[in-house]
Design a protein around this ligand. Sequence first.
Ligand code: HEC
Length: 171
Amino acid sequence: MSNQDHKFFDLFMLVIGILVGITIIIFFLARYMASETQDRHIVEGAIYQQQIADRIKPVGSVALPGDQAGQNEKAAAKAAAAAPVAATLSGLEVFNTACAACHGPGIAGAPKVGDAAAWADRIATGMDKLKEHAVTGFQGKTGFMPPKGGRADLSDDEIHSAVEYMVSESQ
Ligand code: HEC
């Protein structure tokens, strides 16, 4: 190797060495900064704290009569459980899920929704009678209307609103 090459090589290695050194310094600097900021940010975060509280909370709690904390918990549990059941369906929703199978196409003697002629006489008997027949079932001249259309899980109110929807569409 010529003298020139030696000089270049030494300088080159020096520069590489310095760059490697800077890289290592930046690496540890970043690690240090992260431990000061990001780790603490996570540990002090509301979600992490909540998770810890959930993991270390007692398995059960004793609710004494008149104990407000116990009552609150019970009320909260009740509300959480009751919410989905309390959701009542609209007339159109009930019709689509429970009545449309027969009353949509007009199957097995069921008066077709939208067919004013088929409904006129029924509407003339009064809304209360129609609602009653829809809830309790009805054997008429054209066929058999099962109680609540076979959907015993639906409330009377839901059936009533379905009847109102069907009648309003068939006048
Ligand atoms: C299995 C088929 C079937 C289903 C499902 C069904 N119906 Fe009916 N429905 C009938 C038939 C058949 C009649 C006609 C009975 C007759 O007059 O002979 C009828 C009649 C009626 C009448 C008229 C009653 C009267 O007094 O003239 C109403 C109101 C009614 N249905 C409401 C509903 C509602 C609301 C639903 C959904 C919750 C429903 N039906 C689901 C078959 C069905």
